[in-house]
Structure formats: structure tokens, C-alpha cells
Design a protein around this ligand. Structure first.
Ligand code: SAM
Length: 223
């Protein structure tokens, strides 16, 4: 049965071990069951979950080379995307999972022990509030956000929490191009646009990965 997971990832040149495949399988089963009572995702077919959640989440780590043991935050993680597939593929990464909706963080607290995967922390809260806490200032090597809010807003949330040299990774649909306003906001927050990568999932859906790097420790008070 799990052959389809292995094959789908292989199409994106990602080779999974048997243990990783088993964890992906557990994620599919858990998500499918839980989603019957609590709305976590509109994608409910097995092939869709494999391609549009699991592979879509893991693929950016093929496109951006993240250092070992990086400390990461996933803003608006929902049912754990992209963080959990990234953690399965890269067990060295130390993720904090953040979502504003309690039913989603409750789900993650049940899922992680099933997977045998450890997060540094699961936070029920809003990124704009968490970002103001001294505990998270300049803490992260990478901050991800997939399908959350507009990019300028996300940059404001993420900037104070990134280390110097840390990267903010926005995962969007291919058509979601950056406008001049976003670039100006980034500059004011000491974030420099590192690269934009447009690519397709094996099934043809277009994706855009946008990477900003934090160039200085200073954070303007208001942007
Ligand atoms: N990233 C997941 C994915 O790709 O499947 C979930 C995407 S879902 C469309 C957006 C998620 O962001 C929701 O779970 C929502 O609760 C969360 N969210 C929106 N604004 C947020 C904020 N300011 N702080 C934390 N979470 C937020």
C-alpha cells in the first residue's frame, strides 16, 4: 500500500526510508480519521494528501539547503504542514509549531506521539503576539508559513523572531507573485529577498517558494 508514497516522493527525487514511509502512512491515517469529526483539511483523498500535503511540505527542503539542527518555527501550521513532513524527512530539525486555533494544536499534541516525532514546542497562539515575547526574539534559523495570510503581514510577524542570517520561507501557489509593496516592507524589516523558485508538483500543480534572509539584528519598532 505504502508503495504509492515511496513512488510519489521518488518523482520529486526524494528517497524515503521504510521508517519515514511508515510515519507518512501514520499521518495519512490519523488525518483521515480525525478529519471526519474536526475540519482540518479539504483534501481527503489519499493521493491528494500524499501529493498536496506530504510531498508539497517536504519538497522545499530539496530546493533550499538548510543547515543541520536548525531551529525552526512553522507559523499557522494547521494540521502540521509543512513542519511535520519536514521533521520526518529531517529528524535533526528542531521545530516549534504555532497555530491560532486550539482544535489544530490539540490535534498536533495527539499526532506527534503516534509518529514518534518530537517538536520543541506546540503553541496555541497568534504569531503577532508570540513575536512580541522576549523568549522568541531572534531565536529561529528558519520560519515557514504555507498558505497563511498575505506575505507582508507574515514578514512583520516573522522578522523579530529570526536570527541574523535566518530565512523566512513562504510557500504559495505559483501565481502568487510578489508586489513592490512587499519588497519595500521586507527592506524596512531588514529582510532581503534571497530567491523565488517556481516549480510544479509531479501532478502538475504550480508552486512558488519565496525566501527572505534576515540581514541585521535590529528590528524597526513599527512598519
Ligand atoms: N499551514 C497549514 C497548511 O498549509 O495546511 C494550514 C494553512 S490554513 C489555510 C491557515 C492556518 O493559519 C490556520 O490553521 C489558522 O488557524 C492559522 N493562522 C492564521 N493566522 C494566524 C496567526 N496570526 N497566528 C497563528 N496562526 C494563524
Amino acid at each position: 500500500m505504502s508503495k504509492d508514497i515511496k513512488e510519489k516522493f521518488a518523482l520529486a527525487d526524494i528517497s524515503l526510508t521504510d521508517v519515514q514511509i511508515e510515519k507518512m502512512e501514520t499521518m495519512i491515517g490519523f488525518l483521515t480519521e480525525y478529519n471526519k469529526n474536526v475540519n482540518l483539511t479539504a483534501i481527503t483523498d489519499r493521493e491528494g494528501i500524499i501529493e498536496k500535503h506530504l510531498l508539497d511540505s517536504a519538497l522545499p527542503l530539496k530546493l533550499y539547503s538548510l543547515k543541520e539542527n536548525a531551529v525552526c518555527l512553522d507559523i499557522g501550521t494547521g494540521a502540521g504542514f509543512p513542519a511535520i513532513p519536514m521533521m520526518i524527512c529531517r529528524p535533526d530539525l528542531k521545530f516549534v509549531l504555532l497555530d491560532a486555533r486550539r482544535k489544530r494544536t490539540d490535534y498536533l499534541k495527539l499526532l506527534l506521539p503516534e509518529l514518534g516525532v518530537c517538536a520543541q514546542e506546540i503553541i496555541h497562539g497568534r504569531a503577532e503576539e508570540v513575536g512580541r515575547s522576549a523568549k522568541y526574539k531572534g531565536r529561529f534559523d528558519m520560519i515557514t508559513a504555507r498558505a497563511v495570510s498575505d506575505i507582508a503581514t507574515l514578514l512583520r510577524y516573522a522578522a523579530p523572531m529570526l536570527k541574523k542570517g535566518g530565512v523566512f520561507m513562504a510557500m504559495r501557489g505559483a501565481k502568487d507573485e510578489l508586489d513592490g509593496e512587499v519588497k519595500k516592507t521586507a527592506e524596512r524589516l531588514s529582510l532581503s529577498l534571497d530567491r523565488e523558485i517556481v516549480y510544479n508538483l509531479p501532478g502538475g500543480d504550480g508552486r512558488r517558494l519565496i525566501l527572505f534572509v534576515k540581514t541585521s539584528y535590529s528590528n524597526p519598532k513599527k512598519v
